[in-house]
Design a protein around this ligand. Structure first.
Ligand code: AHG
Ligand code: MN
Ligand code: MN
Length: 336
């Protein structure tokens, strides 16, 4: 079977008027860089890239060597595209404006290496990216990035697993590409991905159960009750602990993925980051016909106040998200 290359797919999308040439160039650059990151990851212990870097990021998390390597590779590549005005990342306290790039059209946010805890154990990890317009309000600063997810011009991720796959949207559905390691090209392998409305699979870190708020407790208890419970069917659970890999499963065969806020730290709205995890994944999920909520609000409509703010996440098959959102709306006092 003949698969178009990413390059051809992007060129055709430009011809159809779905994508501008500069955005196409930016997406190609992100894809090219991800193939270099994939090569580095595949070297593993042979390349000396496993293990901790001995440093912490802005959220106090220990950085792995690969978190930093992937971050540097993306920064270096995006600096030279000629279309990026600034970049922000999970691994940098503040944004990185591009020198003389103030008038370039795009801002890019990324989680260079998602699922860091899985690096050393050879389980799927990924890179997540979100492209926003340069607001054009002067020099690029952290505030330039504080735009709602609805403003994203493109979003996607690369999952480094048994296959390296790129999943992409620029507002015309979701398409997936598989890296052909022989040619080094991403080839178009799934067009217009749709998330089934109904599912019997969910993903949540059950070890946090005792900390959940009542709406999540109720929803998950009903799933666990199975065929003889109120939902009258059995549910299956998966938790990879790499958002990229868990969301990839949801986009591939349906299901839900949740990382709710819980009672442990009222100041911290869950674990995942809005700008470079929740927003890009929510755009992909919505573009594929699924839903993405932070308790009772649509993630893409959240007005951000901080580059690194966290956000509760519930996304995937629409029937399930509707139910858990309803439980949040019914709860009193309302949970986030
Ligand atoms: P990161 O490695 O970029 O910090 O993200 C890890 C995130 C996400 O990928 C995953 O879903 C979640 O953390 C797993 O958290 P637990 O270890 O609490 O299950
Ligand atoms: Mn992450
Ligand atoms: Mn990360």
């Amino acid at each position: 079977m003949n698969h178009a290359t990413l390059q051809t797919f992007l060129a055709q999308s430009v011809e159809k008027g779905q994508l501008t040439a500069p955005l196409s160039a930016l997406l190609q650059s992100l894809a090219n860089t991800s193939t270099l990151i994939a090569d580095t990851i595949h070297q593993g212990a042979l390349g000396g890239v496993l293990g901790s870097a001995g440093t912490e990021n802005v959220q106090g998390e220990t950085q792995k060597k690969l978190d930093i390597i992937a971050n540097d590779m993306l920064l270096e590549a995006l600096l030279t595209t000629g279309v990026v005005a600034g970049m922000a990342s999970e691994e940098m306290n503040d944004c990185c404006p591009v020198q003389n790039g103030e008038h370039h059209p795009y801002l890019v946010l990324f989680d260079p290496l998602d699922g860091s805890s899985n690096i050393d154990v050879n389980v799927s990890i990924g890179t997540i990216f979100s492209v926003l317009p340069n607001p054009g309000t002067g020099p690029i600063a952290n505030a330039s990035f504080l735009q709602a997810g609805t403003q994203q011009l493109a979003a996607g991720y690369v999952v480094y697993g048994p296959q390296t796959s790129l999943v992409l949207t620029f507002g015309y559905g979701v398409d997936a590409f598989t890296l052909d390691r022989k040619s080094g090209h991403f080839l178009h392998t799934s067009a217009q991905i749709r998330i089934p409305e109904h599912t019997h699979e969910f993903a949540i870190n059950m070890s946090n159960q005792r900390h959940w708020h009542e709406p999540v407790q109720r929803y998950i208890a009903e799933l666990l009750a199975g065929k003889t419970g109120p939902r009258e069917k059995n549910f299956n659970m998966r938790w990879i602990a790499s958002m990229v890999a868990d969301v990839h499963r949801v986009l591939t065969r349906g299901g839900t993925f949740m990382y709710p806020q819980d009672t442990r730290n009222p100041e911290q709205a869950g674990k995942l980051r809005l700008m470079y995890e929740a927003n890009p994944m929510s755009l992909l999920v919505e573009q594929a016909g699924g839903k993405a909520y932070a308790a009772s609000v649509r993630i893409l409509e959240i007005a951000p106040t901080d580059l690194h703010q966290r956000c509760p996440v519930m996304l995937g098959s629409s029937e399930e998200i509707d139910i858990v959102v309803e439980y949040h709306q019914l709860s009193s006092p309302a949970c986030l």
